[in-house]
Design a protein around this ligand. Structure first.
Ligand SMILES: NC(=O)c1ccc[n+]([C@@H]2O[C@H](COP(=O)([O-])OP(=O)(O)OC[C@H]3O[C@@H](n4cnc5c(N)ncnc54)[C@H](OP(=O)(O)O)[C@@H]3O)[C@@H](O)[C@H]2O)c1
Length: 313
């Protein structure tokens, strides 16, 4: 089978993660890594027997490369995605899709016009839990309320990057992976209200702790609420998620999903079918794009998700 040649941008944690997965797929070949960090970039390239390039814009122009994997910080995803698509490359970008709604919209348009694959690294496409939730939600009538709460003492591996408004955006934006699945269930929103407080906020946009809330109305009805608090005085992270629908309520308790109706409480049936990795899924989409226009459903949901997260600025 013809090998699909890939270039990776970034040389941090997620670049390493993707490299390991691509290395286990026989028809993928990572031909170069671009990063502004020469030290980690050359080290990673050496470990994976590939080439280091300091300039990402030279990488996306290379004619021998079919796909670009973007693993940089949030502030550069939109620009790099657009540049890669405009160079006729297929794109696999870490979430969030972009930090500017105009860039996100332009990326989706460009992928559509040029018949390129645009996949954002949201794992729901290969998640049995997400599929089971989606099916059950479809059986339980109309949405009344969905609520999500995450409380965490953590500040990330590089807090100077994560807790940094100009680089990572608001917590709602870097926690986009809590918004994407809910948009995939219930679609777009007609209104977004937000609130945020920051502890130790400095002039350069760095801070030490936060509370960020969002309340939305979905176009098809129902209310969505997210609450995130980070860098707070709590021993371990906590997460609660609820879907209240007209015929029943789905909730997580200790990692197990349950459905509650007037008839009682039942565990959510879950398939144990093995799913491809996201990297393998993207490669199969790249291969299929030679014969048919790619499906951009995932990118469209990712775009709706940043419409919400960016409204929290
Ligand atoms: N899918 C998931 O499960 C998951 C999990 C965690 C994070 N993420 C997302 O993945 C992305 C990367 O996170 P990470 O943990 O890998 O971060 P990281 O370890 O800090 O790595 C980011 C890499 O990109 C480089 N970089 C940043 N901006 C650049 C630019 N403008 N031009 C060229 N290189 C640039 C950085 O260089 P320096 O070393 O010089 O900063 C670093 O090598 C983030 O957007 C995050 O939201 C996804």
């Amino acid at each position: 089978m013809r090998k699909i040649k890939i270039g990776i941008i970034g040389s941090g944690g997620m670049a390493r993660h993707h490299l390991v997965r691509f290395a286990s797929i026989p028809d993928a070949e990572v031909v170069a890594i671009a990063s502004r960090n020469e030290q980690t970039g050359t080290q990673l390239a050496k470990e994976h027997n590939t080439v280091f390039m300091p300039e990402w814009d030279r990488l996306v122009e290379r004619e021998d490369i079919e796909g670009i994997v973007i693993c940089t910080h949030n502030d550069s995803h939109g620009e790099m995605t657009l540049a890669a698509l405009r160079s006729d490359k297929h794109v696999f970008v870490e979430y969030p899709l972009a930090s500017d709604i105009g860039e996100g919209e332009a990326a989706l348009r460009c992928a559509e016009e040029r018949g390129r694959v645009l996949r954002v690294s949201h794992p729901e496409a290969v998640s049995n839990t997400h599929k089971a939730l989606k099916k059950k939600i479809g059986e339980l009538g109309d949405l009344l309320l969905t609520s999500f709460v995450r409380l965490t003492p953590g500040r990330g591996v590089r807090p100077e990057i994560l807790f940094n408004l100009p680089i990572s955006g608001t917590p709602a934006h870097f926690f986009i992976y809590h918004i994407y699945p809910i948009v995939d269930f219930f679609g777009g929103t007609s209104s977004v209200k937000r609130n945020a407080t920051y502890e130790g906020l400095r002039e350069n946009g760095q801070y030490d702790g936060f509370v960020n809330t969002l309340t939305v109305e979905f176009k098809r009805g129902g209310i969505g609420q997210w609450t995130w608090a980070g860098g707070i005085a709590i021993n371990a992270a906590e997460e609660h998620e609820r879907y209240v629908l007209t015929e029943g309520t789905i909730s997580d308790a200790g990692g197990e999903w349950h459905c509650t109706t007037p008839a009682g409480v039942t565990p959510l049936p879950m398939s144990d079918l093995s799913q491809p990795t996201l990297q393998a899924l993207w490669l199969s989409e790249v291969r299929d794009a030679a014969d048919q226009p790619p499906c951009l459903e995932d990118a469209a949901v990712a775009l709706e998700a940043i419409r919400i997260s960016l409204a929290s600025e």
